[in-house]
Design a protein around this ligand. Structure first.
Ligand SMILES: Cc1ncc(COP(=O)(O)O)c(C=O)c1O
Length: 455
């Protein structure tokens, strides 16, 4: 082993694995990637026995916290009974989970297609929407409206939805030709300064309607967005935004798809983001929090209007599948995970601790010039680092301030890899009052130190 790596696994990982998204030469300078050998509650223990507070719950999925033996046992017991699906069949445990999700999702969402994760969920939702239109005799509806600043996955189609600096797509041209991009409802970044939040939303929805008319309403299949989007630090739209988008979609026969891959299952202090924004979509994509990531599982749940369109003669059926859809191991993990969320009142805890976190981060924002904004709701929040409070200009990326901030947090026992200019904060829904203060203090000190060094 060369001595630049912390341990054998770190070296071997860099030699034999694509970790994804991260530059391996930078990892080499850090001694290799973090190798987690144990995770318990809200903490990670590295191979070298360093203990870190997991500041973003893995990747915004570990809602019930780490080390839940009862979920591991539920998966084990299920796999010893039946551990797969045969073609065109399912299992009791998957049926139970589908029913449970129909019960807790808002409005009349009632029928789920299961897959393995968020990208597949969004792919499935997009295909479902397009097939629905074909069944209704509208074969020409194939275009998708999505928002800049969002992230919806890594497959070829989903990566071209949304778009933000942390996920460059420069290697992957050409882009699909069926995309229409509109603006993110990020009030902090509005171009007209004296707009109220409501006026800002009206302005954005007017632009959406103009784009629909420009591209031809009859050519548009769906509008896909997260009720509250994560990449820009928890963008909570003005209250009137989603109801107005819903209205415009209905006016032109466009389906509304919510990507609740992060926001679903309690993270925002309500069961779903849909509850917070008072809007029910036609199709909802989910993943992450449904099993808290104890088993790869995602899905697309639709209303009866959509599912009924696939009934009748055989050629009307929806042509879509994955080999591991509705895997019984994932379904067992999901059921046990949701039981824990309910038993331990974790949705309420996310709301309370989210309010505390928001207060703490607001204080940090007011204290430091380099924090332009804090935003978010529940346990999906973030701070935006800026060079200039007035112009909201960002620091030059060559300064690598995100890496420096990551290191400062790490030195204080917090594991948050800061992407670009947003410092995301999204602990597990089990987080306690003291733990919220612990992470807030570490962020406060790290930003204070950075600001001093820069000035
Ligand atoms: C909102 C959102 N949608 C979709 C995805 C893609 O999910 P996956 O990585 O499970 O494919 C993510 C992943 O972070 C996400 O945050």
């Amino acid at each position: 082993m060369s001595n630049k790596y912390k341990n054998n696994f770190a070296e071997s990982a860099n030699n034999h694995m694509y970790i994804g998204m991260i530059n391996e030469s930078s990892l080499e300078k850090e001694g290799g990637p973090l190798i987690v050998k144990k995770a318990e509650g809200i903490y990670l223990t590295s191979y070298d026995d360093e203990k870190y507070f997991d500041g973003i719950s893995g990747m915004y999925f570990r809602n019930v916290g780490h080390g839940r033996e009862e979920i591991a046992k539920a998966i084990y017991e299920q796999l010893t009974d039946v551990s797969m699906n045969v073609y065109a069949a399912t299992t009791p445990v998957a049926v139970k989970l589908a029913k449970k999700i129909a019960d807790i999702t808002p409005g009349n969402l009632n029928k789920t297609f299961f897959c393995q994760g968020g990208s597949e969920a969004n792919e499935s939702s997009l295909k479902m929407a397009q097939a629905y239109h074909v069944r209704n005799g509208e074969r020409g509806r194939y275009k998708i409206i999505s928002r800049d600043g969002s992230y919806h996955g890594s497959t070829y189609q989903t990566m071209w939805l949304g778009g933000h600096p942390g996920f460059p797509r420069t290697d992957y041209h050409p882009a699909p030709t069926n995309l229409i991009h509109v603006d993110q409802p990020n009030y902090y970044r509005r171009s007209i300064k004296d707009q109220s939040p409501e006026e800002f939303a009206e302005y954005l929805v007017k632009d959406i309607e103009e784009k629909i008319l420009f591209h031809g309403p009859d050519s548009i299949s769906c509008f896909l967005g997260e009720p509250v989007s994560q990449p820009l630090g928890g963008v909570v739209p003005p209250d009137n935004y989603w109801p107005m988008v819903r209205e415009v979609c209905d006016k032109y026969g466009i389906l509304l798809i919510f990507d609740e891959v992060i926001t679903g299952f309690g993270r925002l202090g309500e069961w779903f983001g849909s509850n917070i924004v008072n809007t029910t979509p036609d199709i909802m994509s989910f993943a992450k929090g449904v099993t808290s990531g104890y088993f790869p599982l995602g899905g697309s749940i639709s209303t009866k209007k959509i599912s009924d369109s696939f009934l009748g003669e055989p050629k009307k059926s929806w042509s879509h599948m994955y080999t591991y859809s509705a895997h019984p191991g994932g379904a067992a993990a999901g059921l046990k995970n949701l039981e824990i969320v309910e038993r331990e009142n974790l949705v309420e805890n996310a709301k309370k601790r989210g309010e505390q976190l928001f207060e703490n981060l607001s204080e940090i924002k007011n204290k430091y010039k380099i924090v332009g904004d804090n935003r978010g709701v529940g346990l999906l929040q973030g701070l935006e680092i800026v060079k200039n409070e007035e112009t909201k200009e960002h620091f030059d990326s060559s300064l690598n301030l995100n890496q420096i901030l990551t290191e400062k947090l790490k030195n204080r026992g917090i594991w948050i890899r800061v992407p670009a200019f947003i410092l995301p904060v999204a602990p597990a829904l089990t987080v306690t009052k003291d733990q919220v203060d612990q992470i807030s203090t570490a962020i406060d000190e790290s930003i204070g130190e950075l600001e001093k060094e820069i000035s």
